[in-house]
Ligand binder design. Sequence first.
Ligand code: SF4
Length: 452
Amino acid sequence: MADDTGSYFLADRAFVDRYARDELNRFDADFLSQRGHTFQKTGDLAHTAFLTRWAQRQHIGGGSAYVILIPTLRCDLKCSYCQVSRAPVAAKGFDWDEQTLERILTFLDDLPVDEIQIEFQGGEPFLRLDLLRAVAEYARRRFRRVRFVVCTNLQTLDADILAFLASEDVLISTSLDGPHQVHTRNRTGTSELTQVFHRNLARVLDLIGPDRVSALPTIDMEHPPVPEELISAYEDFGFTSIFLRPVNYQGFARKSHPSARASESWPGYYRDFIDTLIVRNARSGRVMEEFYLAHCLRRILAPGADNHTDLRNPNIPTGENAVIDFDGLIYPSDEARMLARVRQVDLSIGNVADGLDHEKLALLAPSHVNNFDPDCIHCPYQPFCGTDPIDDLSRNGRIDVPRHESWFCQRHLAVFDLAIELLYSGDPAVDFTLCRWLGLETLPDALRPVLS
Ligand code: SF4
């Protein structure tokens, strides 16, 4: 059970029955009061503390921006699950022109922040290294703190790209779908191209080290990789974190992966993967993290784990968290850009020529808060969870499907159920992994309160 501030405890069925019948006993009342779940009257210390914790949960830290830039839609691969309708390498009209670049720099300049993370996506961003350089040079002058993430397929590396990567503020994010044959089937199409990718990945890791390189697999649930083999593929490159994601039912991926719309087998696969990871970590003493589960655990244990833009609440679209497409249109998220690409619905929130469309931003805002959803308000995971109306639109064509029927909800119920189950498991192998993920020596009892 959890209250609106995210303070939780484990209770048995008998307590739930007493609570539902409003027949709490003295022991129940003491437990709830001592843990700050109840207060005597409005304004007393317990009430004020409750409100403070509640406000901390609603606060998303400000002062920094996270902007995704798409300098080109062209790409030299044709991955089966590509969401963005990439354009062929030789295509014309899919890159920023001079004027768009100038306007994007002005957009960045106008942001009311002095810290920023700029993520370059595509297409393949390194096809327009000149544009990446122009943005980087400008942003380093404009912002007090800046970080660049290049989301690249790493099929091409040359001296100029390596020189760009040499700066400490540049990070790489790439896709490694697992064993050679899985990566080839999903992404490159030929064994030779997979070998090129592996060579380039090893070279980049050598050059800038694993702290500045991340990789993540996209799982095709029609042909999922064997968990052990997937973990081995990551260990072979020295990675210590995997972010497991199913094929996204967005953009053009929906054509080649129609079953991704309601991937019922995902929670089972995910759970098997985590079981394998935990057993393997305990056996080897090395620790591989599954990023999303670790992130959900951090959100359960304390407020402030809000840096993952796909899971936070409220998650109101703003110019400080925007995606700017190759044509200068601004979107609230990459998924919103996909819906526009397949012409399902235009969710652009402005363009770099005219600025943000505040009317549209105001229209989108209410659906990005879970506090008033009729399902979420009864869910113990509401303080830790989020919303994804864009995903609801993509899968169902509407944002008012009952929450518990949405893919977002079903996926997150399963992840949070698993997180709580692991937290309370008491199995030494589980505790070993959780402690390493959370940076703790041991899991204190205070993190697993029980009312029985
Ligand atoms: S989306 Fe589902 S899991 Fe998340 S808070 Fe709402 S009801 Fe709970």
